[in-house]
Design a protein around this ligand. Structure first.
Ligand SMILES: *Cc1c(COP(=O)(O)O)cnc(C)c1O
Length: 404
């Protein structure tokens, strides 16, 4: 197999995807970030500081947990969870936020800015900013602000400004647009800390590198527990950071099958889903090339998922590449399956998952019964569901789920 660890090339290309397509004012800014990141990445000083924060602040390593009751109940492959939900701030996003904020600080920036969907990236970045003494502004669609209200309160308590975005469908894509505009106004004192493996080079590579800790740990932990590597990996894909974080440590292991789960929402008509690689075509969004859900003119179409964090019409360029070379299979789970999985593992394992992560679990619940009991599935449990409980209770309350 090709050396996937060497990707992207110097210009940020993953095959025909990725790159940096920017207004002239931002070209130099991004080049500068790429250069600084290249240098800092190799500095043991930076790596030690980051690794110290991972251990003593974020609570890494996160455990791998054998979901015994769920596996028995489904009667097939053995299911394991990588517990990113146990990190400080409740999701995998703290991994790249600590890295990005540390880089911003070393570059002499005084403020970090970002978009957020479910509010998890906003909370994680506001947390890292507070810790490192940086100012922080978070752009968030009004629809998401309403749905994920506890995270809005959390960001404000942490000292961040939360700026409502009222354009377009008032969700994640519009928040990215608003944040890019704000960055253009002052790229000198601010750094845009993108919330996933998307955006122009170097972000897809940089955010992946910060998330790679998930796969590195999981590989070692799974081996210690079972003496083997997992047969299957499953992760949900919004922009694709938790998925690539888990996958990157296993890309060269041809026997390890990988599944990225995109949200099919309520169906496959435009506006009903955010299944970018299943339904989209190659195009350009937010400064990079990738699969995209777009109209005939290359404009992004509205997307939808019950999980705000998966609600994005693009996807990380490395995923587009991994799809084309068939190293990773991209599949879907809809709202109903995700909600079902949400209640199921709450009741069978005592873990309330984020609605995003529930998509990965939903696919594991479909795959496990098709496999023999000797096979294993490692699911990235990207975050915890505290942020979603009010919404789920209100919308799906009634009988509180489908489990008997
Ligand atoms: C943001 C988020 C996601 C989606 O982002 P990726 O970049 O695709 O990982 C998934 N799970 C949780 C819990 C999130 O907060």
């Amino acid at each position: 197999m090709m050396n996937l660890g060497q990707m992207p090339d110097k210009k940020g290309n993953f095959g025909e995807y990725g790159g940096a397509f920017l207004p002239p004012q931002l070209t130099e800014v991004m080049n500068n970030i790429a250069e600084k990141y290249e240098a800092i990445k190799r500095s043991t000083d930076f790596q030690e500081e980051l690794s110290d924060l991972y251990t003593h602040y974020a609570g890494r390593p996160s455990p791998v947990f054998y979901a015994r009751r769920l596996s028995r109940k489904l009667g097939g492959a053995q299911i394991y969870f990588k517990r990113e939900d146990l990190n400080h701030t409740g999701a995998h996003k703290i991994n790249h936020c600590l890295g990005e904020a540390l880089l911003a600080k070393r570059m002499g920036k005084t403020k970090v800015i970002a978009e957020t969907g479910a509010g998890q990236h906003g909370v994680a970045l506001a947390t890292a900013a507070a810790l490192l003494g940086l100012k922080c502004d978070i752009y968030m669609g009004e629809v998401d602000m309403e749905k994920e209200h506890p995270n809005v309160v959390r960001m404000r308590i942490l000292g961040a400004g939360v700026i409502p975005v009222s354009g377009g469908s008032k969700t994640l894509k519009d928040a990215v647009d608003a944040c890019f505009s704000a960055y253009l106004e002052d790229p000198d004192t601010q750094m845009y800390c993108i919330g996933s493996v998307v955006g122009p080079h170097p972000f897809p590579a940089m955010v992946r590198d910060f998330q790679a800790i998930v796969g590195e740990e999981a590989r070692r932990q799974f081996r210690e527990m079972t003496g083997e590597l997992p047969d299957n990996l499953i992760a949900c894909v919004g922009g694709g950071s938790n998925a690539i974080g888990l996958f990157s440590a296993f890309l060269e292991d041809e026997k390890v099958k990988m599944y990225g789960v995109e949200p099919s929402g309520t169906g496959f008509k435009p506006g009903e889903h955010a299944a970018t690689m299943t339904m989209g075509t190659p195009g350009m969004i937010h400064g990079f090339r990738s699969y995209l859900i777009q109209d005939g003119k290359g404009e992004p179409l509205p997307v939808y998922s019950v999980a705000s964090g998966l609600d994005y019409p693009g996807v990380g360029p490395q995923h587009s590449y991994l799809k084309d070379i068939r190293r990773v299979q991209y599949v879907t789970a809809g709202d109903r399956e995700a909600i079902n999985a949400f209640f199921e593992i709450s009741r069978v394992e005592g873990i309330i998952p984020a609605l995003e992560s529930a998509h990965a679990i939903a696919y594991a619940m479909k795959l496990a019964p098709e496999l023999s009991g000797e096979r294993s599935i490692l699911v990235n449990l990207s975050g915890r569901g505290d942020k979603d409980i009010d919404f789920v209770a209100r919308k799906y309350g009634g009988d509180y789920g489908v489990t008997e």
